[in-house]
Design a protein around this ligand. Structure first.
Ligand SMILES: *[C@@H]1O[C@H](CO)[C@@H](O)[C@H](O)[C@H]1NC(C)=O
Ligand SMILES: *[C@@H]1O[C@H](CO)[C@@H](O)[C@H](O)[C@H]1NC(C)=O
Ligand SMILES: *[C@@H]1O[C@H](CO)[C@@H](O)[C@H](O)[C@H]1NC(C)=O
Ligand SMILES: *[C@@H]1O[C@H](CO)[C@@H](O)[C@H](O)[C@H]1NC(C)=O
Ligand SMILES: *[C@@H]1O[C@H](CO)[C@@H](O)[C@H](O)[C@H]1NC(C)=O
Ligand SMILES: *[C@@H]1O[C@H](CO)[C@@H](O)[C@H](O)[C@H]1NC(C)=O
Ligand SMILES: *[C@@H]1O[C@H](CO)[C@@H](O)[C@H](O)[C@H]1NC(C)=O
Ligand SMILES: *[C@@H]1O[C@H](CO)[C@@H](O)[C@H](O)[C@H]1NC(C)=O
Ligand SMILES: *[C@@H]1O[C@H](CO)[C@@H](O)[C@H](O)[C@H]1NC(C)=O
Ligand SMILES: *[C@@H]1O[C@H](CO)[C@@H](O)[C@H](O)[C@H]1NC(C)=O
Ligand SMILES: *[C@@H]1O[C@H](CO)[C@@H](O)[C@H](O)[C@H]1NC(C)=O
Ligand SMILES: *[C@@H]1O[C@H](CO)[C@@H](O)[C@H](O)[C@H]1NC(C)=O
Length: 492
């Protein structure tokens, strides 16, 4: 069961790790990028081609992927020509961590202990494609990683600062530092776990922290998504291949999964690409298997395969819509303090930090990345669970979590104003890629007219607004389904 957390919008949990990449994390956001004109054949970019010469394992690590800008559906990330962003809300997952608790105990530690038992490493690994294991020194302690688990390494701090700088440059006209509004005082929200707080403060170092109040939002219980890790289904070919080179270690599928996770974790710990990510260690197909295995797990735990997911994303979506459009959709039905409006109406940028689950919940609440409907909303791909078979990889899926919830993964809602016709449009961006709402994309570059967006969110609320009921919180005195997160109506 998912957490009875009150403030799921900021408060979900689970962590993963990541690798702070060295590879091209992101281009400057302020430059209007050259993107091929969108045609009806332009869907989510195919990232599942193992023969692609640009194939980068770090972009296929799902929740352990260091941040990278998503390719999305090839829409230009810059605002439509002639239009400017008037306000925006971001929900950002925490940055790199050295290891996630569950992954460490169940996957990585058993592998490192088994490796530590090998007495003649040179003989065991020489002449194999994992020859580096002969001299490998684990970056995560095999015996006691207490001081590393869930901790943000230096790369996580520098990656968060880099993202903060990008967003500050991109929205330079919206910051209170540039407008001077409200004497330059503004709020940022963070879940209270250390990894979130460290991410928030590192981000602000890059963004500029003048005048900021960091509002801590208490957390609910840990979610259980990790316990569903379904590894081992597809990894047998990799194990067979390695055992054929030298049977002494007796690689199991669990070992394969552990080493693929170490590609991510060791990379972020060292801030340098791990040898576990090298093409001699694993083939591109091995990485696609790892990615799909994770996508399946997240589909059922945080995505369209979990009925509760859109309910958990709805509070942030409604509250953020109110903040950027001035609507009034998120009135808490039973809040302890439902009537307090946000006290800084001049603030135009709303940034919050939370856990891995949150980007997944938000996209389901928004109705994007739904395999069943395609990006134009007119495909009929059948029931969503059928689109995620566990016997074969669906390479056409929209649900690729490397592009949704990597470290620093984020969902943004932008209110864009076009002075030529005095019209506002809303764009949904996930990791800087505009993702059109299947049934609302009549605006420029696939954006949704703001008035239609508000209607759309109302419809979604009618379907998924009963957060309290869906989460079994009925009767809990301080539960709120209206998300007072932005007004300090927080129950922790
Ligand atoms: C869906 O809509 C797009 C854009 O209008 C169109 O090009 C495409 O052919 C349609 N697909 C189906 C399956 O109807
Ligand atoms: C390591 O070796 C010890 C002693 O032989 C054994 O008890 C233990 O099960 C081994 N651990 C692993 C993970 O292989
Ligand atoms: C590795 O291969 C070389 C060259 O074939 C061979 O001389 C050596 O004995 C091999 N080492 C091991 C440990 O198998
Ligand atoms: C593991 O490390 C932590 C912190 O580094 C320490 O507090 C704890 O006592 C250690 N546990 C064991 C069993 O050594
Ligand atoms: C990690 O590597 C990146 C890219 O090389 C660099 O910009 C960054 O400063 C490094 N971070 C740390 C903490 O050294
Ligand atoms: C390899 O490991 C598996 C799983 O632990 C075990 O069942 C199998 O007997 C082992 N094979 C060899 C040759 O040691
Ligand atoms: C997908 O499968 C899960 C797990 O069996 C189930 O709980 C859920 O209701 C299914 N989703 C849909 C939309 O049928
Ligand atoms: C709100 O609280 C009242 C009184 O406690 C209760 O009767 C009502 O069912 C609650 N509404 C919802 C939507 O939970
Ligand atoms: C409601 O909000 C107001 C203004 O922020 C605050 O003074 C008051 O303490 C809040 N009441 C509760 C019950 O939280
Ligand atoms: C995903 O698309 C299917 C097909 O249109 C629809 O039935 C389902 O409600 C959608 N899921 C969500 C959470 O929007
Ligand atoms: C409004 O102006 C923008 C920017 O010029 C343009 O892209 C958009 O299509 C216009 N909308 C309508 C309804 O004409
Ligand atoms: C919220 O409700 C729970 C259970 O009713 C209670 O234990 C907790 O103290 C409450 N928290 C606040 C901030 O009121």
């Amino acid at each position: 069961m998912l957490p009875p957390a009150i403030l799921i919008a900021l408060a979900t949990s689970i962590t993963i790790t990541s690798a702070s990449p060295v590879p091209p994390p992101h281009r400057e956001w302020v430059q209007r990028r050259q993107v091929a004109a969108r045609s009806s054949s332009t869907l989510f970019r195919n990232t599942q081609d193992a023969t692609n010469s640009d194939f980068n394992p770090l972009h296929h690590l799902a929740g352990i992927a260091p941040y990278f800008d998503s390719p999305g559906v090839e829409l230009n990330p810059s605002p439509p020509d002639g239009c400017t962003v008037q306000s925006a809300a971001y929900l950002i997952r925490h940055s790199n961590i050295e290891a996630n608790d569950y992954d460490y105990e169940n996957v990585i530690q058993p592998f490192l202990l088994k490796l530590g038992n090998v007495t003649d490493k040179a003989a065991t690994f020489a002449n194999t494609s994992l020859a580096f294991l002969s001299t490998y020194t684990p970056l995560l302690s095999p015996t006691n990683a207490t001081s590393q688990i869930e901790m943000v390494p230096p790369s996580g701090q520098s990656d968060a600062a880099a993202l903060g700088k990008l967003i500050a440059n991109y929205h330079s006209h919206l910051t209170v530092a540039s407008t001077g509004a409200g004497n330059g005082s503004w709020d940022v929200w963070t879940a209270t776990a250390e990894r979130d707080e460290v991410t928030a403060s590192s981000f602000l170092e890059g963004f500029g922290s003048a005048g900021v109040t960091l509002v801590s939002v208490g957390e609910g219980e840990e979610a259980a998504a990790n316990s569903l890790t379904p590894h081992g289904i597809y990894a047998q070919p990799a194990a067979d291949r390695l055992n054929a080179q030298n049977a002494a270690f007796n690689f199991t599928t669990d070992d394969i999964y552990a080493m693929q996770e170490l590609c991510g974790y060791d990379t972020v710990i060292a801030n340098s690409t791990s040898p576990f990510c090298s093409s001699s260690a694993f083939t591109n197909d091995d990485w696609l298997v790892f990615e799909y295995t994770n996508d399946l797990m997240y589909h059922y735990s945080l995505g369209y395969g979990a009925e509760v997911s859109p309910f958990l994303g709805m509070p942030w979506v409604a509250a953020s819509t109110d903040l950027i459009l001035g609507t009034n959709l998120s009135i808490p039905t039973n809040s302890t303090n439902s009537t307090t409006p946000f006290q800084k109406p001049y603030q135009k940028l709303f940034i919050s930090f939370s856990h891995r689950e949150e980007p997944a919940f938000l996209v389901t609440a928004l109705g994007v990345y739904n395999n069943s409907v395609g990006i134009y909303g007119n495909e009929t791909n059948g029931p969503v669970n059928k689109t995620m078979p566990d016997t074969t990889i669906n390479t056409d899926r929209a649900w690729k979590t490397s592009e949704i919830l990597p470290f620093l993964g984020h969902v943004a809602l932008e209110n864009v104003y076009c002075p030529a016709n005095s019209t506002n449009y809303v764009r949904v961006l996930v990791n800087h890629a505009p993702i059109p709402i299947p049934t609302c994309q009549s605006g420029p570059d696939g954006s949704c007219p703001a008035s239609d967006f508000a209607e759309y969110i109302k419809e979604r609320q009618a379907l998924y607004g009963d957060f309290i009921g869906a989460c079994g919180l009925t009767g809990q005195a301080n539960a709120t389904d209206g998300l007072g997160i932005f007004v300090g109506d927080v129950l922790s």
